[in-house]
Design a protein around this ligand. Structure first.
Ligand SMILES: [Zn+2]
Length: 65
């Protein structure tokens, strides 16, 4: 009896998403994982993209006054 090797069990594990923590958000201080959209500042501090946008809008409003 010949047994075929290589059942490709790894194929299913390959589907698993590699979720890694990026760090805490500069603005809301919540954890950011790499399955979210985020940005990293020049200061190497990460931020949610949504938080970054909110902050950018705030700044723009302050400037336009
Ligand atoms: Zn945030």
């Amino acid at each position: 009896m010949i047994r075929k090797k290589g059942k490709k069990t790894w194929a299913s594990s390959k589907r698993q998403k590699m979720v890694r923590t990026v760090g805490n958000c500069l603005h809301c201080d919540k954890e950011i994982t790499n399955d979210m959209s985020f940005i990293i500042y020049a200061t190497k501090k990460p931020s949610h993209y949504s938080c970054y946008k909110t902050e950018a809008e705030k700044e723009q409003n302050a400037k336009s006054r």
